[in-house]
Design a protein around this ligand. Structure first.
Ligand code: NAP
Length: 340
């Protein structure tokens, strides 16, 4: 048995969950992970096994939408990293498709953790839960900002993450026991993928490499590396000073055109399809009338919506790697996985 204790990571089949499992195994923890369907175990174990010895990894079945399995998965654990939650780039017709698994899943995972008496839960939230109302001006937000889930124009995904995070803080506050909570709120997560089955966030690089994006809108994101996000979860799990803290995981802001330039400069022929053309705002606005995927792009055109991770850096000594390294490692891993 691993000597440092036992950690449950929900959603080890996912991008961030997978890298959290790898980080914990490397640090000597015994790790359990939940998947909806245990038939996924061989594929997930094989993918994680590329980066860590998975001897001390076990699998439990649990769905965010059902009570079954959560107590058994959590009993005897020292810590819980609650990572599982559906991602949504576009708004589903029925908001509950995202909101229910996020909020009810958070309640199930955190309640089971409290019942099991774990020392700390680290919940993966998002900067979608720390955003001022998007408007005419740029912003630089920190952890003091809470997204208003009822404000006009807030995406269903942002509502789901805000409501799930609130649910977790409420449950921990009401329990008032030994279990403490910290949240990690990442920006756009990129970096190496472990297989061709990757998170929606990676589409930003995948679309550039495959030329699926014929040109670049004037849009940018703060980017953070998946390995650094996992590292922050693990620091937040044990550091006494992280108890009760929201921690933004952010590295640097990059415009799509800057990411395209990085790929072109470093990948040679593998970047042949990366677009060089910039798409005028007016064209994006017109296209969004027909393509609902573009509707979330329009309010962001030319805006620098940015986030600071000063708190995680000062409190926990966390150091995110530069965006360029993250984008390039993401691209190279997609090429290696045969995904582009
Ligand atoms: P991902 O690769 O799509 O992983 C999502 C994980 O959630 C998978 O393990 C998935 O399990 C699990 N899941 C989804 N619905 C579930 C359900 N009903 N019951 C049980 N498990 C369920 O996404 P990711 O990028 O790693 O995201 C993980 C977390 O990070 C999410 O909470 C997300 O909101 C947050 N986050 C992500 C980003 C980003 O840019 N990627 C940024 C900020 C925050 P299956 O394998 O069974 O589908």
């Amino acid at each position: 048995m691993a000597g440092k204790g036992t950690v449950l990571v929900t959603g080890g089949s996912g991008y961030i969950g997978g890298w959290c499992v790898i980080g914990l195994l490397k640090e000597g923890y015994a790790v359990r992970t939940t998947v909806r369907d245990l038939a996924k175990e061989p594929a997930v174990r094989a993918a994680l096994g590329k980066a860590a010895d998975t001897t001390n990894l076990s699998f439990h079945a649990a769905d965010l939408m059902s009570d079954a399995g959560w107590d058994a998965a959590t009993e005897g654990c020292d810590y819980v990293l609650h990572v599982a939650s559906p991602l949504g780039v576009t708004d589903p017709k029925d908001p509950d498709v995202l909101i229910r698994p996020a909020r009810e899943g958070a309640r199930r995972a955190v309640s089971a953790a409290i019942k099991a008496g774990v020392k700390r839960v680290v919940q993966t939230s998002s900067v979608a839960a720390t955003s001022p109302i998007e408007g005419a001006s740029d912003f630089l937000a920190d952890e003091t900002v809470w997204t208003d889930p009822n404000a006009q124009g807030v995406s269903v995904y942002a509502q789901s993450k805000t409501l799930a995070e609130r649910a977790a803080w409420e449950l921990i506050g009401e329990a008032g026991g030994r279990t403490t909570l910290a949240t990690v709120n990442p920006t756009l997560v990129l970096g190496p993928v472990l297989s061709g089955d990757f998170s929606d966030s990676v589409q930003v690089v995948e679309r550039l490499l495959t030329g699926r994006m014929p040109g670049m809108p004037r849009m940018g994101f703060n980017v953070v590396d998946v390995r650094d996000v996992a590292d922050l979860h693990i620091r937040a799990m044990t550091a006494p000073e992280a108890a009760g803290q929201r921690l933004i995981a952010a590295s640097g802001f990059a415009w799509m055109a800057e990411m395209a330039d990085m790929l072109k400069a470093e990948l040679g022929p593998a970047a042949a399809k990366v677009p060089t053309r910039k798409v005028p705002d007016l064209m994006v606005r017109l296209a969004s009338l027909f393509d609902t995927d573009l509707r979330f792009v329009v309010p962001r055109l030319g805006r620098r919506y940015d986030f600071t991770s000063k708190k995680a850096q000062e409190l926990l000594g966390w150091r995110p790697r530069p965006v360029r390294e993250t984008v390039m490692d993401c691209a190279r891993s997609l090429i290696e996985a045969g995904a582009v």
